[in-house]
Design a binder for this molecule. Sequence first.
Ligand code: HEM
Length: 496
Amino acid sequence: MTPERHSLTGTGDPLLEPPPGCPAHGLGPGGLHRLHEADDLEELYEQLREQHGPVAPALLHDDVPMWVVLGHAENLHMVSTPAQFCRDSRIWTPLNEGVVKPDHPLMPHIAWQPICSHAEGEEHKRLRGAVTSAMSGIDYRELRRHIKRYTQRHVNRFCEEGRADLVGQFAEHLPMGVMCHLLGMPDEYNDRMVEAARDTLKGTETAIASHAYVMDALDRLTTARRAKPEDDIAGRLVTHAAGLTDDEVREHLRVVLLAAYEATVNLISNVLRVVLTDPGFRAQLSGGQMTVPEAVEQSLWDEPPFSTVFAYFAKQETELGGQRIRAGDGLLLGIAPGNVDPRIRPDLAASMQGNRAHLAFGGGPHECPGQDIGRAIADAGIDALLMRLPDVQLACDEDELRWRSSIASRHLVELPVRFEPKAQQDIRQQPSHAPASAQRTAWHVGIPRPESRPAPQVPPYPPEPVSVSAAQPQPVPEQPRPRGAWQRFLLWWRGY
Ligand code: HEM
């Protein structure tokens, strides 16, 4: 079944519209569901799966018809079959027939741009080849070191307070610091840059000015690297054999910066929320049954940073999930619903450890080329944060947490936490939960804690390395303790 093309705004008569609470609320012409009016998109996707199977018709803003791909196999088939589906919105029938107006709220995603995300065939290879080659020069051990340093810097800003908002003061800062460093503009990274990226993505009234601020910084970077290339992503883009123009370089720097920022902020926030609200999850992390990278992977299954990607378009008439798709139809890449497809996950509570077949990074020719960078920022950043704040706890009831949701993503607004106030640490030092002091000369065992402070109610992170009581002051050896092979391996693995 092809979604029928309807008039723009339903009946247009408020008296004929169903009131909120009525079962028909959220339905548009033809009885199709309006995705943007759903109170709970996850619930709606399950309802659509029940009614229509793995590919369901639905409506976007202005009652623009769109298929939602709900099945895991169907999503994979779509992204991996460029002969049938592409990301070029210029073939989308509702756009060409004028059903999608220039002021459509999804226009920033819809409008075709000369960037790798929208390109196909040889042009896609040319642009994406330059991006992946620019990323391939990254030294991951060095990157992890930077991530730890940025984490130290951010934790230093609030560690003495004993409370913080881990979304606004940590998750929203870390990826921007790391990405500015990788792109080649560490000096541009500051609170204004974070605010500008936030604003640009939220689409607030200052979004245009904020976007201009980001683009101006990227313009200056492109000009500087054209004049004098350096060994960073911008430098490698301008010198790549694909011969990118200045506009192409700047646009790809923008894609990389903003895509990486939004997705990684969501990933870090989601993992931290689960660590703070699910005692079983935290116990596994603290007890060593689960590593931080495994926790990140589980989150990519359960709460992918992008719930859907707008959009793929059918190049020819075809069939998908039992539905007849016409040439020019639009299809949402359903990452969140595909990840919970009952055909691959009959038991959602079962651990997905060791299984990376989720759809969080898409797939096929457009599969996210930055996934290892996103994973590294989340893994190393969360590990370092928990090393500094092993007793961190949620400072509100779980049901007080709020999200900002759209069809594309679900973003935790804030994550208030409390912990015993901690001393600042030198940002060049490896993160640890021992108070850093200028006099410290030796290796500390366990968590030195003044006796007046109560023991934390949560399992410490990471697990205590030896069985001495953490509540007792520990004798400090004269010489640094020789580290065992396992400890040395762990430190190497964590990028120290
Ligand atoms: C947790 C972090 C991230 C997630 C969940 C994520 C997810 C995605 C998804 C779903 C796509 C679209 C795939 C498709 O159309 O089939 C994508 C594309 C892309 N991502 Fe990521 N991403 C992340 C981090 C990053 C980072 C760190 C970078 C850059 C350093 C990056 C750069 C890109 C680029 C350039 C594309 C377009 C690729 C193309 O069209 O050929 N992403 N990403």
